[in-house]
Design a protein around this ligand. Sequence first.
Ligand code: CP
Length: 313
Amino acid sequence: MELKRKDLLGIEELSREEIEIILETAESMKEISERAIRKVPYLRGKTVVNLFFEASTRTLASFALAEKRLSADSFNLSSSSSSVLKGETLLDTARNLEAMKIDFVVMRHSMSGAPHFIAERLEASVINAGDGTHEHPTQALLDLLSLKERLGGIEGKKVLIVGDILHSRVARSNIWAFEKMGAEVSLCGPPTLMPYKIENMDVEVTYDLNEAIPDMDVIYVLRIQKERQKGGLLPSLREYIELFGITPERLEIAKKDVVIMHPGPINRGIELDPRVADGDHSIILNQVTNGVAVRMAILYLLSGGKSGEIAEE
Ligand code: CP
C-alpha cells in the first residue's frame, strides 16, 4: 500500500486508510531503530531541508534522525541563521532552496497555512512540522501509534484533551486523528482558552475536569503556551493548576489504567505534576520514541515507498 500524495500538510485531509498505512509503516520503521546499525538506504540520493522558523527540540531532532536513518542528505535552516533576517521572503527562500535541487522541505512556521502556501508553489514534497495554531500532523500520528501500542487499539476509546485548546495545533490535529480512528474526543479547559464554536468539530466540551476524568481512557495534557498568550486569558497560573492541573490526587478519581499523554515541552508543575509526568500512567517518552519511526514512515511513503516492502534485518 502506498500514500499517493506529494505533501503531508494536515490530518484533516487524510483518510482513515491513509492513517493506517502510515501507522503500519511506522511499526516496521521502529524495528530499524532497534538494530545495531540503525541505517537503511531507502532515501539514498534524496535531499531534505528542515526549515524551522520556530523553536523545536523533539520535532526537529526526530526528523533529523529519521533522515539520517533513511540515508538522506539533509540540513537545517532557521530564521535566525538564514537570509530571512535580511528581509528575504518565505517564498524566495523556498524557491532558492529548490533551485539547488531538493526533494523535501520539512517546515515549521508561526503562521497558520505557511506550509500549504509553499507546497502549492514547489515541486518538492512539503511536510508540515507545525503551522501556527493550525495543525501538527506528525505529532498526531505519533500519538496514535503510541496509544495503539499501549491500549491495543483506538476504536471506542474515550480521550480527554485538557488545557489551552485555543492556541493548540496539537489539539486540532489530534481531534481529527482520534475521531478518524474511532475514538470519542472531549475537551476541557478554561472558557477563555476554548475556541468559539469548537463543538462543530464533533467534540464534547466540559469545563469541569473532576466531572470528566472518571470516564476517560486517555488524558491528553496540553502545554500552557505562555508565548502565545495575549494578556488576560488566564486569571493566574495558581488558579489554572487548581482547576485544570493533572496531579496524583486527580488520578485517584481516574480509571486505574488511564493513560497520560503530553506532546512536550512540559511546564512541570503547571499543566502536569512531575509525579504524573514520570509515573506509570505516562507514555510521554514512548511518544518521543515513536516520533522518529512516524517521521521515517512519512518520508519513506512520500518518496514512493510502499508499506509492506520494508525488509526485516
Ligand atoms: N511536540 C513538539 O512539537 O515538540 P517540539 O516543539 O520540541 O518540536
